[in-house]
Design a protein around this ligand. Structure first.
Ligand SMILES: O=C(O)CCC(=O)C(=O)O
Ligand SMILES: [Fe+2]
Length: 302
């Protein structure tokens, strides 16, 4: 029978990585304290109450979705930079980029009577094939308990290893039951799943909402699903830790993606360093060759 393996939230990253390599998904249990969880629920509740359900065949008609979470609750800021989770991201995403970033933040509150979503992979949001590495990884945080009945995320462990074909296909709706399971977990736990894993939001057969929040990470040279440059004002950004700001996209991806006038966007925008010389960004690995070129062909000293 398919299962989502569960480890304590402070499990070392090597074990978490091993499970993700094998299964494509894992639950870290009870990663938030009671105080943090209560604060998160209190912070986010009014925002979710205030918004209407989505209207879409993929997003659902009884499901609320809410973005720009880092200013909805400070607890989300902490959740995005938990060390062993970032080590997992380092392992998978630094295979194919020099720095990764937050792809999106999205609370997903599945209401009573919501139908199961279509099975899908998330990574086709980036329209290219990338065998050998992941383009994105999602962390689905349980804000209340995720149960079979209330729509815990449905997953197909191991499906990240399947040959790439159509991400959306109806064959995945008819998989034998032993291949499919759900990310059942206590509130405060987090389901990590690779962007290449087949999964979907479950049907909610209860009278309560199932509330989760996705913090998604992707390669640093991709376009982010949530436009983090427009999502937060400068005042809001000034209130966030530097490593989160970098993750939001205020960095230069080697060799020079995201710079402005040759300046790192973090310095340009947040340190107001705007009158500097146009600086170049050359990856360290390329520097010796370029120096050698200048020496050999222009006679410059090394
Ligand atoms: O809500 C969930 O459990 C998963 C939702 C999902 O996979 C999506 O909207 O892409
Ligand atoms: Fe999804």
């Amino acid at each position: 029978m398919a299962e989502v393996r569960k480890v304590p939230s402070n499990e070392n990253s090597a074990t978490i990585i091993e499970i993700l390599e094998q299964d494509g998904c894992v639950v870290l249990e009870n990663a938030l304290s009671d105080v943090e969880l209560k604060r998160l629920q209190d912070d986010i509740g009014p925002h979710l109450d205030a918004i209407p359900d989505c209207q879409g065949d993929f997003y659902g008609y009884e499901t609320k979705r809410l973005g720009t979470l880092f200013t909805k609750s400070k607890v989300f800021q902490k959740m995005a930079i938990i060390p062993n989770i970032l080590e997992v991201m380092d392992h998978f995403l630094l295979k194919a980029c020099s720095q990764y970033q937050i792809n999106l933040t999205q609370a997903i509150s599945i209401g009573p009577q919501e139908k199961k979503q279509i099975m899908h992979q998330d990574d086709p949001m980036f329209p290219f094939l990338h065998p050998g590495y992941e383009a994105m990884i999602n962390c689905m945080w349980a804000i209340n308990d995720f149960t079979k009945e209330n729509g815990a995320t449905v997953v197909v462990p191991g499906s990240h290893k399947w040959p790439r074909s159509q991400s959306l296909n109806l064959e995945c709706e008819d998989l034998p039951p032993h291949m499919v399971t759900q990310g059942v977990m206590n509130k405060g736990s987090v389901l990590i799943y690779l962007g290449s894993l087949f999964h979907c939001g479950g049907a909610n057969k209860t009278n309560e909402r199932r509330c989760g929040a996705v913090i998604s990470y992707c390669l640093g040279w991709l376009r982010q699903a949530e436009n983090s440059y427009l999502a937060y004002s400068k005042e809001e950004l000034r209130d966030m830790p530097e490593n989160l700001l970098r993750l939001l996209g205020y960095f230069v991806h080697e060799p020079n993606l995201g710079s402005i006038n040759g300046i790192d966007p973090y310095d340009f925008y947040l340190n107001e360093k705007q009158d500097e010389l146009f600086t170049e960004f050359i990856p360290k690995s390329a520097q010796p060759l370029i120096k050698e070129y200048r020496k050999r062909f222009h006679g410059e000293a090394a």
